[in-house]
Ligand binder design. Sequence first.
Ligand code: NDP
Length: 253
Amino acid sequence: MPVEFLSGKHAVITGGSRGIGAATARALAAAGARVTLMGRDQEALKKVSSAIANSEIAICDVTDAASVTRAFEAAHKRAPISILVNNAGIAASAPFLKTDDEMLERMFATNVMSAFRCTRAALPDMLAGGWGRVINIASIAGLKGARYISAYIASKHAMVGMTRALAAETAGKNITVNAVCPGYVDTEMTERTVANIVSRTNLSEKDAFAEIAKGNASGKLIAPEEVAGTVAFLCRADADSINGQAIAIGDIG
Ligand code: NDP
């Protein structure tokens, strides 16, 4: 496998302004892809993009259909899209009885509707080009239950369901659709979770981090680069036959 095994491919990464999305953009660019980073924060996107050769940004709020259309048209003009990483996402926590419609709608708009919408915008290029990869950054929360995050868990299970359903439709077309399902990753999202625990309990920040890390089988947080590495692997030619899978990172089988 040549080092630049994604040379000639165009990857769009939603939520590319930080965390897992930014690490994924770096990994795919290192493999030779041109990348388009999408997100809402222009300055943050520019900062990440400035350190990645052959990258561009497109402002996109994945919860806004018109914004998605505009951003994907701009990306398509640059080059047909061959890889889509649906990474933009949010988390929120509440006991089940306090999980109101607003939280559910927010979770599904950002974590599920967005992935449908972005994939509808990118898939025609993949079908026309006869090759493609859709990679959904779901979560361990897409594979099992946990306390106090039912809206997030339901949204990530939906994302895994979408992955499996679309994979069945693209099978045999040289387009694979997979989900990557990490446990707790060392990003701002986890920092916010820790801050939330600190504000609601007597735990110190250090102890809250330790509690969170215990949720991963290894007992430590996952590096965003580990998630990015799995995404890059799924883009390789020798991953052609991996389709419709939900690959857990940080958990045991
Ligand atoms: P961060 O909070 O660090 O980054 C989230 C990214 O999503 C940002 O780039 C943000 O950009 C973008 N985003 C959020 N809402 C929108 C929106 N409406 N439109 C466009 N972009 C948006 O999170 P992580 O890097 O940790 O998480 C990335 C993905 O990985 C998420 O889907 C998350 O659920 C998932 N995940 C994270 C885990 C973790 O422990 N951190 C574990 C398992 C899965 P901006 O706000 O600038 O627009």
